[in-house]
Design a protein around this ligand. Sequence first.
Ligand code: TPP
Ligand code: SF4
Length: 288
Amino acid sequence: MATFKDFRNNVKPNWCPGCGDFSIQAAIQRAAANVGLEPENLAVISGIGCSGRISGYINAYGLHGIHGRALPIAQGVKLANRDLTVIASGGDGDGFAIGMGHTIHAIRRNLDITYIVMDNQIYGLTKGQTSPRSAEGFKTKSTPEGSIESTLSPLEIALSAGATFVAQSFSSDLKQLTSLIEQAIAHKGFSLINVFSPCVTFNKINTYDWFKEHIVNLNEFPDYDPLNRIAAMTKIMETGGMLTGLIYQNKDRKCYEDMIVGFKEEPLAHQSLNISRESFDQLVAEFK
Ligand SMILES: Cc1ncc(C[n+]2csc(CCOP(=O)(O)OP(=O)(O)O)c2C)c(N)n1
Ligand code: SF4
């Protein structure tokens, strides 16, 4: 049986020392081993950004895609080979700015994949511009007078879009994050985990200490019921979106793959790629 070390490769991450993304990488590796996966059972698909490098740092199938497009690729991978556990990952810019259209539709489509957003509330790779997650008044090179846009709430949007699994964590809380990734992998449907992951180089406001001061762990509310969607929305609003833990889960809705009428039992990836002249002509004729 694989251990988390089997999910390591020999590529040295070039994240800045102290970047929150290191812990997210470790949490994915631990969760994958804890749920009994082998490296060949896992595909990690990422977008572009410092965070997007993660697919290259995990010993599994992987694809470092293009900016904002981790989810279309991840959904294609899952549809082609339903035996794979598919994790998509990227930054808050990747998923909530350029990729937001894909994020909303992937949420409502509900394929059985896990989406981990590495939320540092800034564009890291391009050297520190304002992202949709930056707070109002946030000063960067792109908003020298302070951001005048309101901050996007991915948790509220996910719930409104029909999400079946919504969680949030902090990269410093390896135990909670690992457990949430395990639960997300086990969940039959689309799982969003937004992870606060400090950018120590360009974001001097949302630091480790800042997050520790502002985060509210759902453990503090023993009566909280993550199966109640209205309670989830209320709690997100009450805490200004700073809560961590499993916020909402709908265990009743079937995932997309299980609802496709006539979807072949044999995944595409297991089918022969050899095609005879006759069947090729037949296929082309269908589209004439
Ligand atoms: C189509 C396209 N537009 C813009 C860029 C430039 N670009 C690369 S990464 C990035 C944002 C990075 O921020 P985020 O997604 O939050 O990831 P982080 O680097 O903070 O992990 C941008 C705008 C690009 N690579 N491709
Ligand atoms: S620039 Fe920020 S997000 Fe990028 S590696 Fe460095 S600390 Fe991490």
